[in-house]
Write a protein of this length. Sequence first.
Lengths: 359, 341, 487
Amino acid sequence: MTATRTRTAEQDLPDDRRTTYREAMREALRDALRTDERVFLMGEDVGRYGGCFGVSLGLLEEFGPERIRDAPLSESAFVGAGIGAALAGMRPIVEIMTVNFSLLALDQILNNAATLLHMSGGQLSVPIVIRMTTGAGRQLAAQHSHSLEGWYAHIPGLRVVAPATLTDARYMLAPALADPDPVLIFEHGGLYNLSAGLPVDAGPVDIDHAAVRRPGTDVSLITYGGSLPKALAAADDLATSGISAEVVDLRTLRPLDDATMGESVARTHRAVVIDEGWRTGSLAAEISARLTEQHFYDLDAPVERVCSAEVPVPYARRLEEAALPQVGAVVAAVRRTVGEPVPTGVDVPERHPPSGRSG
Amino acid sequence: MNATRTPRTARNTSLSNRQATAHRLALLESMLRVRRFEERCVELYSAARIRGFMHLYIGEEAVAVGVNEALTEDDAVVSTYREHGHALARGVPAEAIMAEMFGRATGCSHGRGGSMHLFDARRRFYGGNAIVGGGLPLAAGIALADRMTGRNRVTCCFFGDGAFAEGEFHESANLAALWGLPLLLVCENNLYAMGTALARHQAQTDLALRAAGYGMVSWAVDGMDVVAVEEAARKAAEGVRAGTGPHFLEMRTYRFRAHSMYDPDRYRDRSEIEHWKERDPVEGLARRLRETKELTDKTRTALENRLAAEIDRAVETAEQAPEEPVEDLLKYVTTPEASRP
Amino acid sequence: MTAFTMPSLGADMEEGVLHEWLVTPGDQVHKGDVVAVVETDKASIEVECFASGTVGRLLVAPGARVPVGTPLAVIEGEAAAGEPAGAQGEPVAVGARAKTGREPAVPRLRQKAARRPRHAPKSTHAGSQKEPTGQRTPAPPEHSAGHDSGIVTGPLVRHLAALRGLDLATLHGTGPGGRITRADVEHAAPPITSRVRATPYARRLAHDFGIDLSAVRGTGDGEAVRAADVRTAMRADAGGERPERGLLDGDQCAHAPIAFDSRPDERREAMRRAIADLMSRSKREIPHYYLSTTIDLTAVEDWLRRINRDRPPADRLVHAALLLKATAVAAREVPSLNGYWRNNGFSSASEVNLGIAVSLRQGGLLAPVIHRADTLPSDAVMARLKDLVQRARRGRLRGSETTGATLTVTNLGDQGVEAVFGVIHPPQVALVGFGAVVERPWAASGMLGVRPVVTTTLAADHRATDGAVGARFLTAVDRLLQKPEEL
C-alpha cells in the first residue's frame, strides 16, 4: 500500500517561501549562472522546451543560447563535450534527461570524467556537474524507470549526491560546481512537485554529510532521494505503535558518510536501508556490509533492506507499486528488526500492541 | 619539439631556400625521432620492460609531424592509444614517455597511465585514450570552451578509421559542425581497424566524403608525404581559425607493424605491407633530400647518432627513475585541496 | 582359524603397507578390535579384524607393502591357546584392554561418528551448574573422566583433560598399552560446544556486565538472545528489591554512544565509562565520611590454622571469608549502614546482601552479590566468594548475582595495600574496606609483640549516619573477629 501522504522533512515556518523542489533547483541554476560566467547548462531540451521536467524553464530567455545549450540526442557527445569543456576551464552543468539515457554516455562518464585525473597522474581535473533525473513510480515502464545511482556510486573518481529536500535542491548545486572533480546529481522524478516552505536562511549546505531528518531511538532508517518521504511516512506510522524510528538522509551516496550512519546505528542498534535500486548488488547492500563491518557488536538484529524487486519495472500500476519500495514494506522491515516486545513488564517503556495493519 | 617555426601562410613564396632546407631537415629529424623511439620500444617491450598494450606508430610518422606544424603551443591535441608519435611531435620529452611506459613516477602521467595514456597538461596534450572514439567528444568540448570564451585556438583530434564506425564520431562531428566548433579532425586511415580491413567495416569507404556530409570542410591527403600533410594541415587549421567551423582531414596512411605488440598480423598480406613500405615517409623524405643534396650520408649518420644518444639517455634516465610508493595508491582520485583552481 | 588380511580401504587401493602391529601373538581379540595400522597413499588407517579368537602368527612384518587381500596374521578360534609368540611382546599386554570385553576406547575411523553420542552426555552432567532453560554451554567434565574405569591414564592427564573439557573416553591413547598421554590430550580437538544464539549487541552487553549468556532466555528470532533479554536478566531480582539504576545497569551503558566497537578494549571503555559515571555521581551526591580501625587478627589466624589443618587445600578457609562474614553480621547489628538512600531518606534493607568488589584482569570492576551473607556459615561464605569471583572474571555471572547489594566490601589485601578508602556505590550508604593482613608491632596489656593485623575502613554516607554509628560498626567488626569460631 503506497503512502497517500507525502511527508516533507521541512517544517512550515513563518517567513518561508512556499516553493517546489523543481523551482528550488531552477533557482540554484539561476544563481550559478549569474555568479560564474564559466557556468553553462547543456542538455537535451533544456532551452526552448524549458527542460523535460521544467527545471530550466525561463533560463534560455534570461541567459541566452550560448549558456543554455540545446544539444542533439547525442548523450555521448554532449557529455564528453562537457568533460572537454571542463578540462578547458569551463564549469559545465550537463543535464542528461534521465539516468536511463546516461547509459549512452557511460563510457564518457566512467572512462573519461571519473578517470582522467588518475590516468594523467593528477594533471587533469574535470570540474563537471552532471544532473540526471532518476527513479520510478509514474508507470513509465522498464526503460524509463531505472535507479542506477548505486552503479555510479561504485566508481572511484566520481562524487554522487541525491538531494531529497527543497533545501538540498536549492543549495547542493553550488558546492557541486565548486568541486574540482566530477559530481553527479540525482533528482528523483517524484520529487519535482514536492512543495514545502523553504526557509530564507536555509543555505548554504555541504555535500559531504548525511543528515538525520528525524531523530529516534529504536531503529535507524537509512535512505536517500525519492525514498526519503516514504521513510518519513513509515516513521510516522511506527510512532503510533510506540516504535521510535530515526530517519537518516544519506544526501551523498559517494562517498558515504560512515560516521553519521554509524553513530545512528550505534545508538539504535537496528537498521533498515531503503533504496530504490534493485536489491542485488544495491547501494543498500554496500551500506549493510559497512554496518556489519563497523558496527557488528552494536547490532541487535540483522540489517534489513527494502529495495526494488528483481524485475524490470512493470507498467501496470499495482505491479509497479509492488515492485518498488513502499511505506508498508518499510514498516514491516522495522517490525522484523524490533521483534516482539520483550515480555518483562518492568521498567520498559509502555508499548502499544502492534496494529493489525499490514500496511 | 616543433620544427623551426615558419610563418602561417599556406604557400610561402618568401621562404628562402635555406629556411626551406632547414625546415625539411627538421621534419626529417622529427619523423626519425619517432621512428627510432618506436623501434626502441619494440626492443624494450620484447624484453618485458614495457608492459601491457603498446601500439606503434611506425609508418605513420608523417601525419603526426606534419599536422603538428600547423599547430601552435596554445592549440590542444587529443589523441588515441597509438599516440607516441603525436606526443613526441608535440614536444613531450622522450624521457617522460619512456619513464611512463616503465611505470615510473617521473613518467608524464606519473606511471599511472602507461603507453595508452600519455598526458601533458602544460603542452595541452590531452592524451592518450584507450576507447576507440573516446577522445572525440572530449575534443569537441575543449573546442567548445574556446568558442564560448572567444579564444582563437584550434583543438586537433587524431583518431583512426575504426573510430569512424563509433557513434561517438558521428555525434561529435554533428555537434561540432552544428555549433561551429574550432575543431580539426584528423582521421588516420591506415586501412585497418585493428584486424578488420576498412572495406569490411565501412559500407562507404570514402571517409572524407562521409565527413563532408556533416557539413564540414573535408578532404583526403597522402599521409605518407610529410610535406603534403603539412600543407594540408596548415590550410585546414587556417580555415578553423578563420571561424569556418570544424575541418576534417583524411590522412591516407599505413602502419608497417601489427596493431599492437600482441597482434600476429594475420589479416594482412606481406605484399601489401611491402608495397606500402616503398612509400616509407621517413626514407621517402630522406631520399628526396639526398637527391637534392640537402642531406648527406655524413649528416644523416650524425643525425642518427644524435637521436640514438637522445633515446639512450631517455631509456637510462627512465630506468633509474623511482616508482611511486604503494602507500600513494589512492592518490589522483580526487583533486587535492592545494591544486584546487 | 581365519586369516586377517590386508583390507581394501578405498576403491582405488591396490596395496598397502603394514605400518604397525597393535597386537602380539597370544592376545585375545574380538571381532571389530583394532589390530594394526595400515598405510595407504592417502593416510594411516587403523584396521580391525573380523574374527574373534587368539592372535596366532604374524605373517607380515611392519614396513612390508603387500597387495590387498594378502594374509597378514592368523587368528585362532575363540579361546584357543595360541602358540607362544616368537617375538617378544610388550610386558604390558596391549590387548589387556581388549580382554575386558568392552569395546576399545580407541575409536575407529568408520565408527567414530557413532561413538561420540554415547560419551557426550557424560561430559555435561557432572560438575555442570544447574541452569535454567535455554542453550547450554556444557561445563567441563570435572569429575566424570576420573570415574571411568578402564581408561588408563595418570592424574595429571586426567586433570588436563578436565580443564579442556574433554572426555577421556573419546581420546585415542598413543602411549604404551594405549595409555592416554599428555600429548594426546593436548592434541585432541576441543569438544563441540553449542553456541548461544544471540545478537552481537546482546553478546557484548552480557560480556561487559559479566552475565552468563547461556542463562538468558532469548525472545528474538529463533529464540535469539537480544539486548532487551540481557537487560531483563540483569533486572530479574532474587530478593524482590529493586535498587535504583546502579553500576551494572545496561541502559546507562547503552546511552553512551560507542561509534566503532569491535574490540575488547573498546568494550572495556564502555565499562570504564559506566564506572566513571557511577563514581562521579557518588562523589557528587554523597557526603562521604571515613573511619578506620586496625584489627588484631591473631584469633582469626589461630582459628584458621586449627581448622584448616585437617582440610584439603580446596576446602581451606581464608581470611576473606571471615572478614566478609564479620562485616555481614556487624551490618545486622548496625542496620543504619545496610540499606538505601532514596528520595532524601534512608530505608534499611531486610537482608544483608554483601556486594564484593571484584577487579577484572582486563580492567574494570564488577560487584557480584552474596545474598543474605549474615545467615551463611563461614564455609558457605567462602564457597560463594570463590564461585562468584571465578565466574565474575569469566563473565559468567547471572543477572540475580549482580543486583541487590545493600552494602559493599572492597578487599584489596591481595594487592598489597594496607588501607583502602573507597567510594560508596549509590544508593548504598556505606562501603567497607579491608587492606592486607600484615604483621605489625602491637601493644596489648602493656606488652609489646608482633601481631597480624588488618586495617579496616568504613566510608559512609553522612546523610544517613554519622561518626558514632560508623564507629559502632567498626567496633562490632573487630569484636566479631576476635571470636572467629562463632562466626
